[in-house]
Design a protein around this ligand. Structure first.
Ligand code: CA
Length: 225
């Protein structure tokens, strides 16, 4: 089991990492929303532990954008905030559980066991668009019996579009999901990446189109003809 901890108090983050690693988890840590946006798509995490007060934003933003991009893995919020509306906001943003600091590490471990037992955390989900199949567990994209030849950035882009197939995905969401903390390298980096993905998809003849929605973003559609 691989866990990503988002916590800007570095001593606390290290304590969590040590305790969870003793429990057999593989643990990575980041200390900002930007770090989360970059790291979350980079590994196949089973669980996220998210602090809310972060130097570059609110952990709730990170959770919401992860869910908006189709992320299904459990999220446990750990925070010093203990107001009811914080809890409600956290759950509304897509958190699965909530723990108020200070807490005992055994309480966190119990919450982790509980969320990992939930069916959505252990079901292997496959998501199909046209003749493409996205393995939600591994992030791999298959076409019939083979893989589609894509660069890592094209694969991340296609996964974002597949999870929201039929809906318009904004350029800024794509930028954050695909490029993470390296976002906005050049103003038209997303356009160039979409163009490369279109060529790769056309070569593989997978029966989907990436359509441009002017001024907003892109939508992945199954080809009907
Ligand atoms: Ca904090």
């Amino acid at each position: 089991m691989r866990v990503l901890v988002i916590e800007d108090q570095l001593r606390f983050a290290q304590l969590l990492k040590d305790c969870l690693e003793q429990g057999g988890f593989v643990v990575d840590t980041v200390d900002s929303v930007a770090g989360f946006n970059a790291q979350a798509p980079a590994q196949d995490y089973d669980l996220f532990i998210v602090d809310l007060g972060l130097p570059d934003g609110d952990g709730l933003q990170a959770i919401r954008s992860y869910r908006d991009a189709g992320g299904t893995k459990p999220v446990i919020v750990v925070t010093a905030r203990n107001m009811v509306n914080d809890l409600v906001n956290g759950l509304d943003c897509g958190a699965d559980d909530f723990l108020t600091k200070p807490f005992h590490i055994e309480a966190l471990k119990a919450r982790i066991r509980a969320v990992l037992r939930r069916p959505q955390a252990i079901q292997k989900k496959e998501h199909c668009v046209g003749r493409l199949k996205l393995d939600q567990e591994t992030g791999e994209i298959h076409f019939e019996d083979g893989n589609v030849a894509l660069s890592p950035a094209e694969r991340r882009l296609l996964a974002v579009l597949m999870r929201r197939a039929g809906s318009v995905v904004s350029k800024s969401l794509i930028d954050g999901q695909v490029n993470g903390s390296d976002r906005c390298c050049t103003p038209n980096a997303v356009e160039q990446l979409v163009s490369r993905l279109r060529k790769s998809l056309a070569r593989a003849e997978v029966g989907v189109d990436v359509k441009t929605v002017r001024g907003i973003g892109y939508v992945l559609e199954e080809r009907t003809h």
